[in-house]
Design a binder for this molecule. Structure first.
Ligand SMILES: [Zn+2]
Length: 201
């Protein structure tokens, strides 16, 4: 006789397939969801199902989009010569919410992290080099997170880009005193100031 519903086992096993989630993360998500009224649970799952069905990385910049090429990449008013490199789509959305950035993005898909076994080869760096070459980019803004791994990734990229494109302007967001945090956690004022006060790398 089975005492634990197979649905519980299956759900937890599925959630654990999400990288970085683990057993605890899966349990927290699943039981918090179950505690909601049935109609609310179902509506969340429906929204998630639609999102995962429709969203894929933009073939150009890697930001999550419901099209082949995202609206930012296809917008005639956005300059491909100004390119902001971020770790994840969330970071680009955070800058996008400021409503004043007129360039395009490049999503790395993470950061160099020896602890998590993520190296430069796991990121979309080759694609970044291709895009800089193709669009004759004038400035690359390194907007990886203001924490140890984000700084190390920015520094790695700066050295690589300087070697490959000696004339390229390479800048880093001016985070000021903010360190040990994530770009998408900054309030709009701080992020806006960081963009404004970007420094030559
Ligand atoms: Zn795009």
């Amino acid at each position: 006789m089975r005492f634990i519903p197979s649905e519980v086992e299956e759900a937890l096993k599925s959630l654990q397939k999400i990288p970085g989630y683990g057993e605890r993360g899966a349990q927290r998500f699943f039981y918090a969801l179950l505690k909601l009224p049935p109609r609310e649970r179902l509506s969340i799952v429906k929204v998630l199902a639609e999102a995962v069905k429709k969203l894929n990385p933009c073939k150009e910049c890697g930001i999550y989009t419901d099209k082949d090429i995202c609206d930012i990449c296809t917008c005639p008013g956005r300059s491909k010569k100004l390119l902001t490199v971020v770790e994840e789509s969330d970071d680009a959305y955070a800058i996008e919410r400021l409503g004043r950035y007129k360039g395009v993005y490049h999503i790395l898909g993470g950061r160099i992290s020896p602890l998590e076994g993520i190296s430069a080869e796991d990121l979309t760096i080759n694609k970044l080099l291709e895009r800089i070459e193709k669009y004759k980019t004038y400035e690359v803004i390194l907007a990886t997170n203001p924490n140890t791994e984000g700084e190390a990734t920015a520094s790695y990229l700066a050295h690589l880009l300087r070697r490959k494109f000696p004339d390229l302007k390479i800048t880093r967001l001016g985070f000021g005193a903010a360190f040990g945090t994530y770009l998408d956690l900054l309030d709009e004022f701080s992020l806006s100031t960081a963009l404004e006060n970007r420094k030559k790398f």
